[in-house]
Write a protein that binds this ligand. Structure first.
Ligand code: ADP
Length: 443
């Protein structure tokens, strides 16, 4: 301010001096006055030029250098520059925060979509783009209901109850690869909404499997239970002789045994699913496992024959004894399930061959081969599903639960092994478990 006053006075003094020097002798005072006025005008022009430079600088917006360094204009430009720098810094920080926030929303495993008051898309993340088949270039500012054509979604948006979600078909859904989404709108701010989408395909599949499983178990238990209670009723209501009573009791024992086997297999499956992986430090001799299943297979074969003698030719071929690491009870269960199946499905006089071989790649192959009816190719991929049976009545008649191969597959997986099934109708079947080298040890 002082400088401003000083320059103003300097301009006036210069004007007055000039007027004094130039004006004739008798009107010197008028000359001085004129000089002062001229000096003031010159100062105004000078100040205006500085002001205009300042305006031009502000218009350009280049804050790297200030146009004036001294005087009031110099101070104004310095303050403006400082203010602008602080603003730019603030904007940068807000921008960075916004980017962080958007990156977090991008990282969300759920689809996130922001809608304006008219239901137009303002922003969405990659997951939402995948769920609804959206394109950032094409679909921003479009009405979401025009792009998501599922009638359930249209009805949901048209209604006003957003306290629950709605399940709709994903955009990329096809018959072979279905995609189901759970979608929920969350209103916020001034009639805006946040839409969250979640892929529930797996969840729905698991839920369907659970429902099927419960239905299957109930059905499997209900059948023998109905037969059993029928027999109980007969025993209670009819006067039967000793022989008849014995026959009924035998039939009842069979049904009870069937239920027991089912419950045992169910418990085994649930143990396999819920327990930690088998240890690598517990070793079992293959020959010991073979001895156990040899006895069981012959006993089973004999039990299927009225005369009580084994009716199958069962051969065990252990070319090289080894030790196998894992849970002995599980390994035994898997092996005996395969051998029991071979015995149960192979007609009398047939052959069952059980072998153990070391392969060139270091793995070992446990194989059960039979000369039974064989299995048509279309059934092979589904054999390890729970309760899947090729021939229902045959399975039940021979005491099958429909869970044997599911158990074998689980045990194999838990031991890092692979179950391989080969079968030709009319020629017999080969069921093999390929154990990894890491679980084998020579003796
Ligand atoms: P199940 O208790 O019914 O035998 P599994 O899971 O052990 O159940 O086997 C599933 C189905 O696979 C059986 O119902 C049967 O139809 C078929 N199967 C299993 N092993 C053999 C085999 N060795 N020969 C022919 N069919 C077999």
């Amino acid at each position: 301010m002082f400088l401003r006053l000083f320059t103003f006075l300097v301009f006036q003094a210069l004007g007055a001096t000039l007027g004094w020097l130039i004006w004739p002798h008798d009107v010197k005072l008028a000359g001085v006055l004129f000089g002062v006025v001229l000096g003031s005008l010159m100062w105004v022009v000078y100040d205006l030029t500085r002001g205009l430079r300042m305006m031009a600088w502000l218009r350009e917006g280049d804050m790297s250098e200030i146009p004036l360094k001294i005087g009031i204009w110099g101070e104004v430009s310095d303050r403006v520059r400082r203010m602008m720098r602080a603003r730019t810094q603030l904007t940068r920080e807000s921008e960075a925060r916004l980017q962080d926030f958007l990156a977090a929303l991008q990282a969300s495993p759920n689809g996130v979509l922001l809608l304006d008051a008219q239901g137009r898309i303002e922003w969405f993340n990659q997951t939402a783009a995948h769920h609804f088949g959206l394109d950032a270039q094409r679909d921003l500012q479009q009405h979401l209901v025009n792009l998501v054509r599922d009638p359930a979604f249209a009805a949901y948006v048209a209604g006003s109850d957003y306290t629950h979600d709605v399940a709709i078909q994903g955009r990329a859904s096809s018959a072979s690869r279905p995609m189901r989404l759970s979608v929920q709108l969350h209103p916020y701010g001034d009639r805006r909404s946040l839409l969250l989408s979640r892929d529930i395909t797996m969840l729905e599949q698991v839920e369907a499997m659970r429902r099927d499983f419960v239905a299957n178990v109930s059905h499997e238990i209900r059948t023998p239970l109905t037969v059993l209670s029928g027999f109980v009723e007969t025993l209670q209501s009819l006067p039967l002789d000793e022989k008849e009573r014995a026959t009924y009791l035998e039939l009842m024992a069979q049904q009870a045994f069937r239920m027991q086997s089912l419950v045992n297999d169910l418990l085994m499956l649930s143990r396999l699913e819920g327990s930690p992986l088998p240890s690598m430090n517990e070793w079992t001799l293959v020959s010991v496992l073979f001895q156990q299943i040899d006895q069981e297979a012959n006993a089973l074969s004999a039990s299927l024959d009225k005369s009580g003698t084994a009716k199958h030719h069962i051969r065990f071929d252990l070319s090289l004894d080894m030790e196998l690491s894992g849970l002995a009870s599980e390994l035994h269960s898997a092996m005996s399930n395969l051998v029991n199946n071979a015995v149960r499905y192979t007609p009398a006089g047939g052959e069952v061959r059980v072998s153990w071989q070391l392969l060139e790649d270091g793995r070992a192959q446990f194989t059960v081969a039979d000369t039974g009816p064989g299995i048509a190719a279309e059934h092979l991929p589904r054999l390890t599903e729970r309760f899947y049976r090729v021939d229902r009545s045959r399975s039940r008649d021979s005491g099958g639960t429909g869970l044997g191969l599911a158990i074998v597959k689980h045990v194999a997986q838990r031991h890092g092994a692979e179950l391989v099934i080969e079968s030709v109708v009319g020629r017999g079947s080969h069921f093999s478990i390929l154990f990894p080298a890491s679980r084998l040890r020579s003796v």
